[in-house]
Design a protein around this ligand. Structure first.
Ligand code: F6P
Length: 529
């Protein structure tokens, strides 16, 4: 497709938005008794209702044509085939290969990567079994009962989310803690509670150069050295795509679990970064998580566009952000175990698609990646839903709720599901109060509803892979490279300089703006040099 064809497809979508701008979704339902059936999908066990959107068939057709014009099918094929679509770093993004159980080879740089992936998964499974069974023990011969994962961003959110979501399946005799940031408090708290002889630290970092993780590693190591008479090394495992750096920091080769460079940090749950989840849940359940993701991969690859869940969600994200100008979208799990889902998706979507230029370096003249935010839906009702219902901005909402029965606390889940459905209904229908403008809810606010029949590793894997492919889809339509994140580098560099200056090195404030220089001065006075 040429740029002109893309532009003309873009204009058709823009015209559809103008046509629908004054329309109410309740009218769309009234005009089409089949709307719910036609806009509901069942994919990999997930039941997803897309009927409450500011969308009709013509608008959907225009969006599908835009996807064609953006060459989504070609990009999708390139993604799965391992072509170097991360153009700024010249490498593929092959998270899908991590869960692809098919016998077909995937060739990168002339080599089939599948055997290496299988070996990595065998190593994860073996290590997880060894830790869980007590085959691998600490220096004093005691079995491990606590694992502490030191890692941040993609080296944290995925395994933490999986363990929380699937907590009922986790082994009760293994405590798993996560320490991510460099704030001293979380590490101090974990160290104060740990039994050193029974604690295994996983130092999880793709680059093995992330300051927060390395600070926490050095502190944890010093703590363990002070606690154990010998054998501190038995208590540390590095998980990384940069084994040379881990070795330089003292890890022996057999204490390093590697994964390939072509796994992006925020796409790395499926790699060795998932080790804490494999230890907590067991290798079989970790394999089921991969199976669920693989089912979503197959769906994304093969389902017709109009019935392709991640594709449609990605198109809706583009529709609302770029054509309606909605600047954020809310992710609202009605499930305590999915508490971290909004944060996980925040990294996935905003680090991937939050770019200022397209893949050819051209700035955008339309809004792209929205802010993704949210939190536990039921708590949110008593916190921020006021804004969703009556705030001046429309914020597309996405609900996720599990409909399995729960015999232990009868009535709770029924009430939870009722509240979730009620919120989506209220956003749609609104409430008219002609004499009381303060009580009026305008309604006509779009939402997606995910119903999960249960909380299983397969369903969670499918859900997370769905978010990955939806982010990829929107990225293709916005023409960004969703697999780099150069925007995070500047702050890291400046922090290095400021850290040295706070420590008394260099000329404080010399190269800073006046505000930063004054703050530096003030903080120095309190921190000491
Ligand atoms: O700073 C952003 C980032 O690079 C993320 O993309 C990544 O998930 C996180 O930092 C942690 O990186 P690493 O796994 O290399 O420590």
């Amino acid at each position: 497709m040429t740029h002109a064809q893309f532009s003309s497809a873009w204009q058709t979508v823009a015209a559809a938005q103008i046509r629908l701008a004054g329309c109410r979704m309740t009218e769309l339902f009234a005009a089409d008794p089949q709307r719910v059936a036609r806009y509901t999908l069942q994919v990999a066990g997930l039941h997803v209702d897309l009927s409450k959107h500011l969308l009709d068939d013509a608008a959907l057709a225009a969006l599908l044509a835009l996807a064609e014009a953006a060459e989504l099918p070609r990009w999708r094929t390139a993604l799965f085939a391992g072509e170097p679509i991360n153009n700024s770093e010249g490498r593929p993004a092959l998270h899908t290969a991590l869960r692809d159980a098919s016998p077909e080879p995937i060739v990168v740089d002339g080599q089939d990567i599948k055997p290496g992936v299988a070996a990595m998964h065998r190593q994860i499974a073996d290590l997880a079994d060894a830790v869980r069974s007590g085959r691998r023990v600490g220096a004093s011969g005691q079995r491990f009962t606590q694992v502490v994962n030191l890692g941040i961003g993609g080296s944290y959110w995925g395994p933490a989310l999986a363990l929380e979501a699937l907590h009922e399946l986790a082994t009760p005799d293994m405590r798993i803690d996560f320490v991510s940031n460099v704030d001293p408090a979380p590490l101090k708290r974990v160290l104060a509670q740990c039994e050193p002889e029974r604690t295994l630290f996983l130092v999880s970092s793709k680059s093995f150069g992330t300051t927060e993780t390395l600070y926490n590693y050095q502190a944890a190591r010093a703590f363990m050295a002070g606690q154990l008479a010998e054998g501190v090394d038995r208590h540390f495992i590095a998980v990384t795509a940069n084994p040379e750096k881990a070795q330089a920091l003292g890890f022996a080769q057999d204490a390093i679990v590697t994964f390939p460079e072509w796994v992006g940090g925020r796409y790395s749950l499926w790699s060795a970064i998932g080790l804490p989840a494999a230890i907590g849940l067991g290798a079989d359940r970790f394999a089921q998580l991969l199976e669920g993701a693989a089912a979503m991969d197959r769906h994304f690859l093969t389902a017709p566009p109009a019935h392709n869940l991640p594709l449609l969600l990605g198109l809706l994200d583009v529709w609302y952000a770029s054509f309606w100008g909605f600047g954020s979208r809310a992710l609202l799990p009605y499930d305590q175990g999915l508490r971290l889902l909004p944060t996980y998706v925040q990294q996935l979507a905003m680090e991937s698609d939050g770019k200022g230029v397209d893949r050819d370096g051209q700035p955008f003249d339309y809004p792209t990646c929205p802010v993704v935010w949210g939190g536990n839906g039921n708590d949110g009702e008593h916190t921020f839903y006021q804004l969703l219902h009556q705030g001046p901005a429309t914020i597309p909402a996405e609900f996720v709720v599990c409909t399995r029965p729960d015999a232990d606390l009868p009535g709770h889940r029924r009430r939870l599901v009722a509240q979730c459905l009620a919120q989506a209904e209220a956003l749609l229908t609104g409430f008219d109060a002609p004499d009381k403008p303060h009580a009026r809810c305008p309604g006509n606010r779009p939402s997606t509803m995910f119903l999960l029949p249960d909380m299983t590793p397969q369903l969670l894997g499918a859900l997370l892979a769905c978010h990955e492919h939806r982010t990829f889809t929107s990225g293709v339509l916005w023409r960004v490279n969703p697999f780099d994140q150069f925007g995070v580098e500047l702050g890291k560099r400046l922090a290095g300089t400021l850290e040295r200056e706070l420590g008394g090195q260099g000329v404080p404030g010399a190269a800073h703006d006046a505000s930063t220089a004054a703050l530096l001065d003030s903080a120095r006075g309190r921190l000491g040099s």
